[in-house]
Design a protein around this ligand. Structure first.
Ligand code: FO1
Length: 309
């Protein structure tokens, strides 16, 4: 039996790092968002998979939370000379991974198989699995029109006003074969952006339906503390979508799939409002600065799952 951790982006990778310090590889599977994936300069790029892979391998750039540590930028500088697209920062070491992945995709391997190969070459014993091997792409509808995810997020730096999210599937996306639905003992939804990181995972029908009809507990960690996102544009997007910008606003968004919700200590005044939605609340320090913070929050999630079982 295994816990699934649903994750995407930098906030998700932080809690995931905490989880690997308290769980063995057979006890947790990381299910990663692929809505951010795109093709750029002819390369297949899977940013959220790479953020988690680099984090668990201990080679992530600590200041950005994505990309490689000890990076160099010679290729990007040459691309600038050709007046190629350089708004998406691809470092030389990171490029090696994209070249490797793109070659394997061209040879017919699935993203699940490729991710497993990359993890094993980087010495990661844990299972990192894309939510689906099919094409599932997040599009952000804004006051500047419909934007592909990375256009919105990186090129336009989340400035356009969001009106709606869409998740485009060429064919109905089926769950990655590496996710064994009948082996799930619990689910942790990491404090990732609900619309950009978690909802695309829940767009995979089998994943959403197993969570709705669950035979195991599901807990989430609030990505909002006070009226601010722990990281990134979550609070701005919630405001633009007309949602209440508090941890309770996110709980309402997830209400069909949650048994438990971890909120920051400073937000304990929201507990009764959240419990009225039909879930239990646990308070914990949820801002993860140090490795100890990540391990403590991961421990609170796993204990909470045990309590709810
Ligand atoms: N995020 C940025 O804000 N700017 C970038 O130039 C950028 C480049 C990049 C390259 C490789 C990679 O794996 C991730 C990268 N990210 C960048 C992060 C990426 O946009 C993610 O989709 C977001 O962090 C959301 O999860």
């Amino acid at each position: 039996m295994t816990i699934l951790a649903l994750t995407g982006g930098v906030g998700g990778a932080k809690l995931s790092l905490g989880l690997v310090h308290i769980l063995d590889p057979h006890e947790v599977t990381f299910v990663v968002n692929v809505g951010d994936d795109f093709e750029h300069l002819g390369l297949s790029i899977s940013p959220d998979i790479d953020t988690l892979t680099y984090t668990l391998a201990g080679i992530v750039n600590q200041s950005t939370g994505w990309g490689r540590e000890e990076e160099s930028w010679d290729c990007l500088a040459e691309l600038k000379r050709f007046e190629a697209d350089t708004w998406f920062q691809l470092g030389d070491r990171d490029l090696a991974l994209h070249l490797f992945r793109t070659g394997l995709i061209k040879s017919g391997k699935s993203l699940t198989e490729i991710t497993e190969i990359i993890c094993s070459r980087l010495g990661i014993d844990y299972k990192i699995v894309p939510a689906t091997d099919a094409s599932l792409r997040t599009h952000v509808l804004t006051d500047q029109g419909s934007l592909a995810f990375q256009d919105y997020f990186v090129r336009l730096q989340c400035k356009p006003k969001v009106t709606k999210l869409e998740y485009h599937q060429r064919i109905p996306a089926s769950v990655s074969p590496a996710i064994k639905i009948d082996q799930i003992s619990g689910v942790v939804i990491c404090p990732s952006n609900p619309f950009l990181s978690i909802d695309p995972i829940l767009e995979v029908d089998e994943i959403r339906s197993v969570l709705v009809e669950r035979a195991f507990p599901v807990v989430a960690v609030a990505p909002i503390v006070g009226d601010r996102a722990i990281k990134g544009p979550t609070a701005k997007m919630m405001r633009e979508l007309g949602m209440q910008v508090t941890c309770a606003g996110v709980a309402r968004h997830y209400r069909d799939i949650l048994d438990g919700y971890v909120i920051d200590n400073t937000d304990s005044h929201h507990a009764s409002e959240i419990e009225a939605l039909g879930m239990r609340v646990r308070t914990a320090p949820s801002i993860m600065h140090t490795l100890e913070d990540k391990i403590a929050l991961a421990g609170a999630c796993v204990d909470f799952l045990d309590e709810l079982r």
